[in-house]
Ligand binder design. Sequence first.
Ligand code: 16G
Ligand code: ZN
Length: 531
Amino acid sequence: MERIEEVANRLHPRTGTKFIQYGTAGFRTKGSELDHVMYRMGILAVLRAKLKGATIGVMITASHNPEEDNGIKLVDPMGEMLESAWEKYATELANVNDSELMITVKKIASKEQIDLNSGTSPVIFCAYDTRPSSIPLSEAVRDGIEAAGGSLCNFGKLTTPQLHYMVRCKNTDNCYGTSTEEGYYQKLSLAFIKLRQIQGQTQKYQNTVVVDAANGIGAEKAKFLKTYLKDSLNIEIHNDGTNGRLNYLCGADYVKVQQKAPNGLTLKAGSKYASFDGDADRIVYYYVDNGGTFHLLDGDKIASLVASYLQTLVSESGLTVNLGLVQTAYANGSSTDFITQTLQVPVVCVPTGVKHLHARALQFDIGVYFEANGHGTVLFSDAVTEKIRSAASDVNLTDKQRKSASELCIAINLINQTVGDAISDMLLVEIVLGTQDLDIENWDKMYTDLPNRQLKVKVQDRTVIETTDAERRAVKPAGLQENVDNLVSKVPNGRSFVRPSGTEDVVRIYAEADTQQNADKLAVEVALKVY
Ligand code: 16G
Ligand code: ZN
């Protein structure tokens, strides 16, 4: 601990004065501005690990952002995102002068009653994506960890969800899985192959998926996975980083926002495509029909598919389970109608950001959560996991009930419950499509998305907009919501909302309506009210 300021001054000084905030996805900015932030987050990870008496994770990535950006997020003991209350410590520690570092560390320690001299040397798990700046930045994290008396376990390159998985495995004595990369592939592939084996013959379903890996870490990792899956799934990997730049004109975010195919893929009718984002925690699917029209199956479609699968298994197993789905205001209105009315699964809406969805999903026995952008997973409570396990071998149940319960048991192992995971989500989608014998076109027909449009506007100060009701209504500035309501009321199936971005200095506008023309018009009209 005594070395904290000396090492900071010598190796990782804070050179500028720019303020940086730990936001919805950690710190994120130009890689060149992050050295001192990394060092300090190494220190904070040790404090957190001391408090929790557990291994903490540090992931260095800027997800779908351009290659020159980078970022960092801390991972809590069960593989979840850093507890919100600590985000303000992260922000404070990142922004103080070097000469105030030690005093700030002591302040955090005293507030949280952490014994800085406890003598234990916590282990911090660290990994990074493929960005060139990631390796030097990971060295700054290492220096911070060591100056604070911890020791680093460096996994090198991993996807974000793989690091989350490692942390959970380690803190559950490997009950959740083995905390190695091999352990991850083995767990997922074993579950996948078992589920494939219990599927009936398929006619429509095709077990080939063409993947745009955003020129990111997902490419290398999906290649490893392939060797474990053998021929149970044929994954064709494109945009694997050998030619293109990370996230440039490709990847899940690009495809979702642009609603078009990524560079590097020529879409053919009859094939099934998926895009990962740069750190492989998001996935979207798409295809072109015979007429050449592009169709996107985003997080809402994935959520609907997964919910229908789980709902069927739960009801066939005869278990009483509180299954629910969590979305944000960006979820297409048609998906919400389909899930609540056709599937009869309750839906709740929460503010944007994985931590909000994850926290709400934990309140269900089985909580499915997805953002429309393709980030999501399924959470099973400990109690329901136990209930499903015992049902799988309960002689008082019918064969059918036992079979469905054991299928659910295997499905639990296919899902990365720590955070959204493009690889695990892809495997789950492929299992559901196989089980229901669907091709991508039939899956798409589950419901028809309402045409929608997203816009962003630069304003002088985005914080003048404040929202309520899971960001669906603006409470400030006065009069804005009335204007939005008035515009929406003139459009069939109209819906629109305005929210300040949590990651960029802009205000975002979402609009949906009966036709694309109306959705576009509504979005523009609402945008004009924001200026
Ligand atoms: C971050 C969030 C993502 C959210 C997005 C919204 C995490 C890990 N990521 O990328 O969930 O959809 O921000 O960005 O929480 P916005 O506030 O700029 O619209
Ligand atoms: Zn990501």
